[in-house]
Design a protein around this ligand. Sequence first.
Ligand SMILES: *Cc1c(COP(=O)(O)O)cnc(C)c1O
Length: 238
Amino acid sequence: MVTEIAENIARIREEIAAAAAGSGRAASEVRLMGVTKFHPLAAMEEAAPLIDLIGENRVQEAAEKRASWTPGLPSCPWHMIGRLQKNKIRRAIEIFDLIESVDSYETAAAVNRIAAEKGLASYPVFLEINISGEDTKGGVSYDAAFGLLDAVLSSCPAVEVRGLMTVARDTDDERELRKTFSSLRMLRDALRASSGLPLQELSMGMSGDYIIAIEEGSTIVRIGSAIFGKRNYNGTIQ
Ligand SMILES: *Cc1c(COP(=O)(O)O)cnc(C)c1O
């Protein structure tokens, strides 16, 4: 039986492939993250074999879901994509395979200290960049990213910066979205040149804007509602 979730994922995979091909890239260069906040475990377990990554915003919710995962069912790597409170960093490192939302030196330094305490050679992160400049959003500014990466490189040997993440403004303005995503790519290129790191990953694009993000170089699209439907923040999941 092909369910609605499977159908949605198949359709999104086709659109990813078309957008990648249209910009001379292979579909395999773009990984599909299912963003599962406020969606039930059953939906996640159904999606997991069909997606590349699971994205959750809150440490507690992710911890409960990971602990309840049906033994034997396939999963995939889990990424933290939400605002990270200082007192949740240890738990986040235990639950998530990668944290995409590092946006301050204090957070990076805490990840470094905890990873070292746990005996990990390194723990992978992305730096979250606030390109749109909205103060409701996490992320460091374009300009501050250079200083942050320098500081992490010189003082946080157990933090491995693999790329950048951004959340674009919630708008239908295609020109603005394209500008946001191309800015993140250009920032990556500039940081790559100044640091010598590969910085392969660009996590950008959500349900409403992932095609444009892929055209601008995204390597991870973070899709919630287009796979799982509307989130119900009051608890009952639709
Ligand atoms: C919720 C969320 C998403 C997914 O949003 P949709 O519009 O439902 O695809 C992606 N990235 C982040 C950081 C999110 O918080």
